[in-house]
Each structure stands twice: as structure tokens, then as C-alpha cells.
Design a binder for this molecule. Structure first.
Ligand SMILES: Nc1ncnc2c1ncn2[C@@H]1O[C@H](COP(=O)(O)OP(=O)(O)O)[C@@H](O)[C@H]1O
Ligand SMILES: [Mg+2]
Length: 221
């Protein structure tokens, strides 16, 4: 599903504040895996996740995702793949707070040109899967942190993502909500979705079969 070869990421190349965030990353993740990425602050975890999510580009090296060479694609091609195959759960959830829960979940389907009725049905189904049916008409600004995250999960899965990526998903949650999050992820993974989670949380990390550790931009064995 994922193959990174010799991926490097340098921010501010050639300037005084040049930072090498990733060094020669070789990484293969197979379809159906559930992988956790740990490592100290500043070790390159978010940079790696953003590259995997097609939100950022490596400075050098190649990225093969689901049989397609990402390196060299246009932004338009990448956003099309992102919309169709990826579910991304970011730290700030990235919700549109003026919209209701169900409108947020529908958004990627509307952007993809789905009909309103089909989009609404899929969004309702996704909200049911994350246990948030009763909040569908609430504006997301009025939901709790855990509930806002569940809206972002529903949005991530509504289009049938093959790969779910999450950056520090439990950082702002209490242990019960963190447990619920992991239950949702393991359930999706059991249904064949590939899951990659960046986390500091040991309990979360220990629920994933494969653990990768980043230190100073390198994956250490
Ligand atoms: N947009 C950016 N511009 C410049 N430097 C950045 C940027 N994003 C991250 N960095 C730097 O890259 C390194 C890795 O950052 P990051 O991937 O956010 O690490 P982590 O998520 O593990 O804390 C850090 O030294 C950070 O300061
Ligand atoms: Mg980070």
C-alpha cells in the first residue's frame, strides 16, 4: 500500500534556518496493517505523516501509494487521490465550525461531486459508525473534544478510505475517549482499512502490532 524509498525532507533549504526533518526514510506498509509511529518531539513524525497523507512533498526520494507513483503528480491529482482513498485525522480536527456535524462529514463527498441525497445517507451512516447519530444537527463548535474528533473520523471514513492517518489523535482526550478512539481504529482495521497513527501514548502504541520509532528524522530498528 505504501512504499517510501530514500525519502528526505529539508525545510528552508539553503537558508540559515535549514532543517533536515527526515533522512533517507525507507518504509513499506502493507494493506491491512495497523502501524504506530512514536518518537520524541521534533523527530519528524508529523512531517512523515503529512507526506504519507499527500499534504506535503519529500525534498527527494519516491513515494508509491496504492500502486501509483505520487512523486511528480500535480496538486490536482494528489487531492483527487486524497479525497478518494485517504482519511486524515489531524490534531486540530480541521472541522468547519459554522457547519453541523453531518454537513462536515458530507463535505468530501460534495467536493467529489456526489449527489446531495447519496452524500447525506453516507454521512448519516458514518456518524452512526462513530456513535454520534444524535448529534448530527449540532454545530461542531458546540461539541466536546472527543465528539469533534468523532466527527473528523466520520469524515475520514465517509468516502470509504483505504488508509487512515492520524496525528497525535489522543493527545487532547481523556483515557476513556482515547480508548474509544482505539476501539474505532481497531474495528476499521479489522474491516481491512490500513491504519497509521502517530502517538506519544504508550497504551495506544501497545495496541498496534507494528511500532516504528523516529529519532532525529530516522527510523530506528
Ligand atoms: N513547516 C516547517 N518549516 C520549518 N521547519 C519545520 C516545519 N515543520 C516542521 N519543521 C521542523 O522539522 C522537524 C520535525 O518536525 P515535526 O515533523 O513536526 O516533528 P514531530 O511531529 O515529531 O514533533 C523539527 O525540527 C521542526 O522544527
Ligand atoms: Mg508532530
Amino acid at each position: 500500500m505504501i512504499k517510501l524509498e530514500n525519502v528526505c525532507k529539508v525545510y528552508n533549504n539553503g537558508r540559515a534556518n535549514q532543517t533536515t526533518a527526515l533522512k533517507n526514510i525507507d518504509l513499506e506498509i502493507k494493506a491491512g496493517e495497523m502501524v504506530v509511529i512514536t518518537g520524541p518531539s521534533g523527530s519528524g513524525k508529523s512531517t512523515l505523516l503529512h507526506i504519507l497523507a499527500l499534504m506535503d512533498e519529500p525534498t527527494s526520494g519516491s513515494y508509491l501509494f496504492d500502486g501509483e507513483m505520487i512523486s511528480g503528480m500535480t496538486d490536482r491529482q494528489k487531492s483527487e487521490i486524497r479525497n478518494r482513498k485517504l482519511g486524515i485525522i489531524l490534531q486540530d480536527y480541521g472541522l468547519v465550525d459554522e457547519l453541523t456535524a453531518i454537513q462536515n462529514v458530507e463535505l468530501p463527498l460534495m467536493i467529489a461531486g456526489k449527489r446531495k441525497r447519496a452524500a447525506r445517507m453516507a454521512a448519516r451512516n458514518a456518524l452512526r459508525m462513530v456513535g454520534l447519530s444524535e448529534k448530527e444537527r449540532q454545530k461542531t463548535s458546540r461539541l466536546s473534544g472527543g465528539q469533534r474528533q468523532r466527527v473528523s473520523i466520520a469524515r475520514a471514513i465517509v468516502a470509504g478510505a483505504k488508509l487512515i492517518l492520524a496525528d497525535e489523535p489522543t493527545g487532547a482526550l481523556d483515557s476513556v475517549a482515547a480508548g474509544d478512539f482505539m476501539e474505532l481504529m481497531t474495528g476499521l482495521n479489522r474491516n481491512g482499512v490500513t491504519v497509521v497513527i502517530v502517538t506519544h501514548n504508550e497504551t495506544v502504541a501497545n495496541q498496534c502490532k507494528r511500532q516504528l520509532r523516529l529519532v532525529d528524522g530516522e527510523i530506528i530498528p
